[in-house]
Design a protein around this ligand. Structure first.
Ligand code: ZN
Length: 97
């Protein structure tokens, strides 16, 4: 009973395959990194424009709030329909949204 070592050629093929696998991994990691970056940027944008803000179920409700704010001296508020939650938000910087 002799031991059956893999041939040198088989070893080289294995090595070559593992290198390819490593490269696939690198591409995969790079893609995931880009996706995560995009997701993080998106989340930051949504947070700024949506989740960090007061949400109004209707335009009228948002208008009432603007009227109430105006009574307290806060003017220049704008209402916008939120594409993220389908509700309404107020902003004093519409050009930033
Ligand atoms: Zn929203």
């Amino acid at each position: 009973m002799g031991s059956r070592k893999p041939s040198a050629k088989a070893k080289r093929i294995e090595q070559f395959k593992s290198q390819l696998g490593g490269m696939d991994d690198a591409f995969e990691r790079e893609n995931r990194r880009k996706e995560q970056g995009a997701v993080a940027r998106d989340a930051a944008r949504v947070k700024k424009a949506c989740t960090s803000k007061q949400r109004y179920a209707s335009y009228a409700e948002a208008q009432n709030t603007i009227a109430a704010c105006a009574e307290h001296g806060t003017t220049g508020l704008h209402i916008y329909k939120c594409p993220h939650c389908n509700g309404w938000h107020l902003t004093s910087h519409p050009w930033n949204e």
